[in-house]
Design a protein around this ligand. Structure first.
Ligand code: ADP
Ligand code: MG
Length: 321
């Protein structure tokens, strides 16, 4: 995919995570345990570049995004926005942070409020981030709709989410993120719930935003789409980065066994050696939703791998959004 190379003058990334770590407390059978969902992850997001964070379900990708979006606090590590460490955020500072870093979620139907029209959803974002209301607010909403190629914008502004297709809903969600004028977009599996036929259109829209200079984290379990869309690929497995590099090298010459497995199990019927899901499941040793090793509170070295059965009974003490 053709794109503008990153600005060489940009000496610091838009967003940088160093040693990012998240340990979730869980209580299992009355005992306090932890899940190390993200361990020591380094990540740089540059203006006009896409980094794909690739890994199977449960590998910690969404947790990385939620940490970067400051939706949940990190256990260790640092996050820097334009080279400045982001400390604990007050609600005013959090709103400020949201102007720079916006998130796009997997399920646009869940992320848009079903009882509100596009006008209301985008109007709120425009009022909040741009201070525009009334006529000026409406003009800003129409401009956003146009920017995400929902045209003519007048035809979409009074629609409810259920009146839109999945792809159109995701475009509205992207428009809402853009209302903040962000420099960084964290896109968490933004196309995985969409019809295959419209996925490319949404990826191409994100590519346009990248070309405008936005730094993008593209989260996916599909390494083929990462290769298509991303400049760099970071592969996560059980909370840790196991491989990283430019997309071409990672997909053409993967060095880590897990990356090789992801590539072999990516849907590509034309390629020799593609494995089916059954084989993939066996090779990855079990349920893709299985928890990573938990650590005993009293004895940090006593790691155990939870069975899927245990993982469902684990009561999660930190609420998911
Ligand atoms: P991915 O997005 O790659 O599928 P997640 O980041 O959602 O992975 O999850 C990583 C691990 O952290 C999983 O084992 C998941 O069960 C666990 N996890 C995620 N959120 C919470 C939470 N709020 N409380 C406890 N464990 C969590
Ligand atoms: Mg996820």
């Amino acid at each position: 995919m053709p794109h503008t190379p990153p600005d060489p003058a940009a000496a610091t990334p838009a967003l940088r995570a160093t040693g990012l770590t998240k340990r979730f407390p869980v209580s299992r059978f009355g005992r306090k345990r932890f899940i190390d969902a993200v361990v020591d992850v380094d990540l740089d997001l540059w203006p006009g570049r896409v980094v794909a964070l690739v890994g199977e379900s449960g590998s910690g990708k969404s947790t990385v995004a939620r940490l970067l979006a400051q939706l949940i606090p990190h256990t260790a590590g640092t996050i820097e926005l334009h080279g400045e460490t982001v400390g604990k955020l007050s609600s005013r500072k959090f709103r400020d942070y949201c102007r720079h870093v916006q998130m796009i979620f997997q399920d646009p139907f869940a992320s848009l409020n079903a009882i509100h029209t596009v006008r209301y959803t985008l109007g709120r974002a425009v009022a909040l981030h741009q201070g525009l209301r009334g006529k000026a607010g409406e003009a800003a909403i129409l401009a956003l709709l146009d920017r995400v190629a929902l045209r003519p914008a007048e035809r979409f502004i009074d629609k409810f989410p259920h009146e839109l297709s999945g792809g159109q809903r995701q475009r509205v969600a992207i428009a809402r993120a853009l209302a903040a004028g962000p420099e960084v977009l964290l896109a968490d599996e933004p196309i995985s719930m969409l019809d295959v036929s419209i996925r490319l259109g949404v990826l191409n829209l994100l590519a346009e935003l990248r070309d405008e200079g936005i730094a993008i984290l593209y989260i996916t379990h599909d390494i083929a789409s990462a290769r298509y869309f991303a400049d760099d690929i970071v592969v996560m497995y059980h909370g840790k980065v196991v491989e990283r590099g430019d997309s071409e090298s990672v997909t053409q010459h993967p060095t880590h066994e897990y990356t090789q497995l992801l590539i072999r199990s990516a849907p590509d019927p034309g390629r020799d050696g593609a494995v089916d899901t059954q084989e993939r499941k066996e090779t990855t040793d079990g349920d893709p939703n299985a928890l990573p090793p938990t650590v005993d509170e009293d004895n940090h070295t006593a790691a155990l791998t939870a069975s899927p059965l245990e993982s469902t009974s684990a009561s999660q003490t930190e609420a998911r959004p």
